[in-house]
Design a binder for this molecule. Structure first.
Ligand SMILES: Cc1cc2nc3c(=O)[nH]c(=O)nc-3n(C[C@H](O)[C@H](O)[C@H](O)COP(=O)(O)OP(=O)(O)OC[C@H]3O[C@@H](n4cnc5c(N)ncnc54)[C@H](O)[C@@H]3O)c2cc1C
Length: 429
């Protein structure tokens, strides 16, 4: 590891220049393999374990350089395409992801298919050398700034539901055919969207994996989602947004480098960073000696440590050629716990002020001035957002079902959806 980080340091010394544009810097970082080091060497990576890749991201941040492009392209599309794509697809799709040229969104969930994702109803019909797609997706994070979408759609309704799905790379720039409508959350932001697909086109060579084998491909995407969002998580992605729509590519790279707040480096690091902030807040509010606050802080610390140890255990097992079954699911559940505990301890320390929330930068300043607490906006934002991690990437209940059925070998809930064709199954919503 030391050797690897020395190599990275030398590369950064030779290449990082804050006066490059974001686009220029990400070209260098992406094509060198340091942007996505956990990808295979044949797909713009360095074949590193996730834990080592997190260390690389943290080192880039520690050296004061702008981190790799973040977003769902990097987290989900790139590793999925690296696993299932052809050499030509790796070049067409992964290169612009690691260089930040294109942003991606995930078009999986539908109004009637979330936990029961394999029940999805968006249809893709083959029309000569392209596919025509009709249907609706929902909760599409970053859809409004996405150039490309990971689309799963039904290509054979006359097969059991898991067997008639295909994974496509769809161009989101199709005015009138791909319509994106933002959904506002209680945080005040519009992170996610509804996406309506009306005769939208997908090129024939944009099928990732085989036609009707999309469920296996989608499960790979979901596995990467769980691990990436888990307590062992990712580290060191940039504050600049990738893609042609967000508008950050022509800006100066150095302007995006600043001290990162809690959240960098996965759940363990997030717990550690937010814990420091909470301790300072508790001291300032005269609460640091209160036993319940101390206990809540210790619980947060413990959860963070468990997440960190789990990451180390997975790394050690991988190095020995073994796996920890269900590690991704456990990590994602741990992340939910860390977020919930951060919400609770944050609100316990802020007391009644925690009922106040600022929805934009201007009102955040007013709130800071009125309460004398510069972290209040962060605490309430986190408290409102804390409901999301236990839902996205598969809810806590779904993670527990997977652990029960696939890891512990408990019997599945009885149903006939693996034998009856999708078209004959009762539909949600
Ligand atoms: C912030 C955020 C961002 C998101 N981003 C994206 C995105 O970019 N792309 C995308 O495709 N989706 C995205 N999602 C959607 C997310 O994947 C779904 O919300 C999630 O899978 C749950 O589906 P659902 O909302 O339809 O709830 P449902 O599936 O209707 O579940 C409702 C409740 O029933 C429970 N439940 C359902 N089935 C079972 C079962 N078999 N056993 C026990 N309990 C069960 C669930 O745990 C939940 O509590 C996002 C969600 C959030 C909150």
């Amino acid at each position: 590891m030391t050797e690897l980080l020395d190599e990275l340091d030398a590369w950064l010394d030779a290449n990082w220049d804050p006066d490059l544009t974001v686009a220029e810097w990400w070209q260098r970082l992406g094509t060198s393999g340091w942007a996505a080091p956990s990808l295979p060497t044949t797909a713009y990576g360095k074949d590193l374990s996730r834990a080592d890749a997190v260390a690389v991201g943290q080192r880039i941040a520690a050296k004061g350089a702008l981190g790799a492009p973040g977003g769902l392209g990097m987290l989900l599309a790139a590793p999925t395409i690296a696993g299932y794509g052809t050499t030509e697809q790796i070049e067409r799709y992964i290169r612009p992801i690691v260089t930040g040229e294109q942003a991606w969104c995930q078009l999986f969930s539908e109004p009637g298919a979330g936990s029961d994702l394999a029940g999805l109803g968006t249809r893709a019909l083959n029309d000569g050398d392209e596919w025509v797609v009709n249907g609706q997706k929902v909760w599409t994070s970053g859809g409004q700034i996405a150039d490309m979408g990971m689309l799963i759609a039904r290509t054979n309704p006359e097969a059991p539901k898991h067997q008639g799905i295909t994974w496509f790379a769809i161009d989101m720039h199709q005015p009138g055919l791909v319509e994106i409508r933002p959904l506002r959350e209680m945080t005040g932001r519009a992170l996610f969207n509804e996406v309506f697909l009306t005769d939208a086109r997908v090129r024939g060579d944009a099928v990732i994996g085989d036609v009707n084998n999309g469920w296996a491909v989608a499960n790979t995407t979901l596995a990467h989602e769980r691990s990436g969002l888990s307590a062992g998580g990712q580290g060191g992605v940039a504050l600049a947004n990738p893609g042609t729509i967000a508008g950050d590519l022509p800006k100066r790279a150095g302007d995006f480098v600043r001290a990162r707040g809690p959240g960098a480096g996965g759940g363990g690091a997030m717990a550690a960073a937010s814990q420091k902030m909470f301790i300072e807040m508790a001291k300032a509010n005269g609460l640091i000696d209160q036993p319940t606050i101390r206990q809540a802080l210790m619980k947060l610390h413990t959860l963070g440590e468990i997440g960190r140890y789990m990451g180390l255990r997975v790394k050690a097992e991988k190095a020995a050629g073994r796996d920890v079954p269900g590690a991704g699911n456990i990590g994602k559940l741990s992340m939910s716990d860390i977020v919930r505990q951060s919400r609770d301890v944050g609100l316990a320390i802020t007391g009644p002020y925690g009922t106040l929330h600022a929805y934009d930068n201007e009102s955040r300043k007013t709130l800071d001035a009125a309460t004398g607490n510069p972290f209040l906006g962060f605490v309430t934002e986190m408290a409102l957002f804390a409901q999301a991690p236990p839902i996205y990437g598969g809810t806590d209940q779904v993670q527990r079902n997977i652990l029960g059925e696939r890891v512990l070998g408990l019997p599945k809930e009885p149903n006939n959806d693996r034998t009856v064709n999708w078209s004959d199954l009762p539909k949600n919503g």
